[in-house]
Ligand binder design. Structure first.
Ligand code: CA
Length: 220
């Protein structure tokens, strides 16, 4: 399970990363708001721990950006800002929980587990459009009600595009979604998966635009 820590304090960031790795998580570390946004776009994190005082783009603006793209990744704000109105602002911007520094590590780990459980429930819902349904929990795909067999890579590419329906997703971002499958992604992996999906689910489902990547258009 992959988590992102967005924290510009090097001591706290690396300490937290070690603690989460010990707890069994795979952990990425972003040290600016821009890095945080790029990481969240490229990866499908089980959870993000977000510092508010980040350089380049503030944690609050990064959170608003994530939610504006209808990305429901669980986010726990971890900050020294402890005034009630700051908590309200963070939660209203779309945070799922709010933890004030200095925090107790065991309590933070329990809060992380709680949010991941909830996140799993949220994504167990099926995504569907254009007659195609993707069940993220059961890892099955159907077209007009009929089950369609897809490969693991095709499934991940389809799920990544469905989650961000109406937005272009670059080839690099899709490769990021396959990261857990193979250490090295072959250069034509995405093309092969998209070809397979078009053949199985209809040529018009996935649209390609040069320089932008791939998208499943929103239903009108
Ligand atoms: Ca900070």
């Amino acid at each position: 399970m992959r988590l992102l820590i967005a924290e510009d304090d090097p001591m706290l960031g690396s300490g937290l990363r070690r603690a989460l790795q010990r707890a069994g998580y795979t952990v990425d570390l972003a040290t600016t708001g821009e890095e945080t946004l790029a990481a969240v776009r490229a990866q499908n994190y089980a959870l993000v721990l977000l510092d508010l005082g980040l350089p380049t783009v503030s944690g609050l603006d990064a959170l608003k950006d994530i939610r504006a793209r209808r990305d429901a990744t669980p986010v726990i704000i971890v900050t020294a800002r402890d005034r009630p109105e700051q908590k309200v602002e963070g939660l209203d911007a779309g945070a799922d929980d709010y933890v004030v520094k200095p925090f107790d590590l065991d309590e933070l780990l329990a809060r992380i587990r709680a949010q991941i459980r909830r996140g799993e429930k949220r994504t167990s819902d099926a995504l569907s459009a254009h007659g195609v349904s993707v069940d993220l929990a059961a890892r099955t795909v159907s077209n007009e009600g009929r089950t369609v067999a897809v490969t693991a890579k095709e499934f991940k590419v389809l799920a990544a595009l469905m989650r961000r329906m109406g937005q272009f997703v670059s080839k690099e971002e899709l490769e990021g979604a396959l990261y857990d499958d193979t250490a090295e992604v072959e250069s034509n992996t995405i093309e092969v998966a998209v070809y397979g999906l078009r053949r199985k689910l209809g040529a018009g489902l996935i649209v390609t635009a040069r320089g932008l990547g791939y998208t499943i258009p929103k239903e009108t």
